[in-house]
Design a protein around this ligand. Structure first.
Ligand code: NAD
Length: 374
């Protein structure tokens, strides 16, 4: 089977779908890996390293895609890239298919079988393929560093001859993958960390990392498979009352709250921002899905009411070496699950295939995507 890896075109994207190490193991397993020139350059993986691992470098992407059976990417291909793909070939990348109807149409008309990394079910068997988690984990880490850097204070308690510095206070919304990594990172740097999440089971996880869990005394949360599915207006009101007291004391706020399949919940209002101390910082990790903070702006850093609000949507791309290493492991594990060197297995009732396959043989087979695009 011929694999193609393209250089990512999205602005600020520095990750690459396969690293030389993973190319080496796929080559050993009988796959042929074609890599577009400079595909790994921005993450420090140069063409020579891919060649040494058994990959073939293609200066011309049309020539690469013409003979490829599967295209591996980080971000969804552009329509122009998809049009260069061979009819009947396969694609694996982050897709968020319901947001790219034009690409879905091209996949349908060219009989491209498209698998979405963002739709791989979060079940224990598929943990090694879970790129959402591997990237959110790095994002949570980087969010703390960006916040710390923008703050005019240090994190740890410091007793010096010139006086005592009190530790910074960090408030984190959401204790999923990104949030828990943010707790761990902020604690390591010496901050006092407080956390709010609607799922009560996260309390123990937060406390085991040394964070303080802010418990909302209210009903109205539906959870399923480790995700929040629905949060009532009454719960959000009670949460707001509780948080209002804590946000005014926070030096850094990191928001990662996500309700699956919905716009990000609005948790930090303008009033709350105005109540914060001048010079404090908010990092809104949910900015791509609408933002948890009313004043955050997509891919911008703005100062409102004296508070710096960072709305960076691609934090994993700021640590492209590790992000590419983990992503390459995720995507190659999925590929090896779905295919052998001789072709795809097409086990249509198998859970991972069923969860992640969006288009196949000219049909939109993914129910969730079909419902949204209908
Ligand atoms: P996750 O599903 O593991 O965690 C989200 C958490 O939010 C869950 O624990 C959920 O219970 C909690 N939550 C829902 N409603 C809440 C509320 N009202 N108050 C407090 N908590 C609430 O998701 P994740 O993988 O950790 O990702 C978190 C967010 O970060 C997502 O929006 C994701 O798209 C985003 N993300 C951004 C970047 C970036 O570069 N900016 C990178 C990775 C992930």
């Amino acid at each position: 089977m011929n694999i193609a890896v393209l250089k990512e075109g999205k602005l600020s994207e520095r990750r690459v779908a396969l690293t030389p190490d993973v190319v080496k193991s796929l080559t050993k397993a009988g796959f042929k890996c074609g890599i577009e020139s400079d595909a790994g350059h921005a993450s420090g993986f140069y063409d020579g390293a891919y060649e040494a691992a058994g990959g073939i470098i293609f200066p011309d992407r049309a020539a690469l895609l013409k003979d490829s059976d599967v295209l591996l990417k980080v971000n969804a291909p552009t329509p122009e890239e998809a049009l260069l793909m061979r009819d009947g070939s396969a694609l694996i990348s982050f897709l968020y298919a319901y947001t790219v109807p034009e690409l879905v149409d091209i996949c349908l008309s060219k009989n491209i079988s498209a698998f979405a990394m963002d739709a791989v079910p979060r079940i224990s068997r598929a943990q090694k393929m879970d790129a959402l988690s591997s990237q959110a984990n790095l994002g949570g880490y980087k969010a703390v560093l960006l916040g710390a850097n923008a703050l005019g204070k240090i994190f740890p308690l410091m007793m010096t001859a010139a006086g005592t510095i009190t530790p910074a206070r960090v408030l984190i919304f959401g204790a999923g993958v990104a949030g828990l990594q943010a707790v761990a990172t902020a604690k390591r740097l010496g901050a006092v960390v407080e956390v709010t999440d609607v799922r009560p089971e996260t309390k123990e996880q937060v406390e085991s990392l040394g964070g303080r869990f802010l418990e909302v005394q209210a009903e109205g949360v539906k959870t399923e498979g480790g995700y929040a599915r629905e949060v009532s207006a009454e719960y959000l009101q009670k949460q707001k009352e509780l948080i209002t007291k804590h946000i005014a004391d926070a030096d850094l706020v990191i928001t990662t709250a996500l309700v699956i399949g919905k716009k990000a919940p609005l948790l930090v209002t303008e009033e709350m921002v105005a109540s914060m101390k001048p010079g404090s910082v908010i990092v809104d990790m949910a900015v791509e899905s609408g933002g948890n903070c009313a004043l955050s702006e997509f891919n911008q850093t703005v100062v409102r009411h004296g508070v710096t609000i960072i709305g960076e949507s691609n934090l994993p791309a700021m640590v492209p070496v590790n992000a590419s290493e983990l992503y390459a492991k995720n995507i190659s594990t999925l590929l090896l699950h779905l295919a052998t060197k001789d072709g795809f297995k097409w086990e249509m009732d198998e859970e991972v295939t069923k969860g992640s396959l969006i288009t196949h043989q000219g049909e939109l087979v993914h129910q969730f995507t079909r419902e949204i695009l209908a």
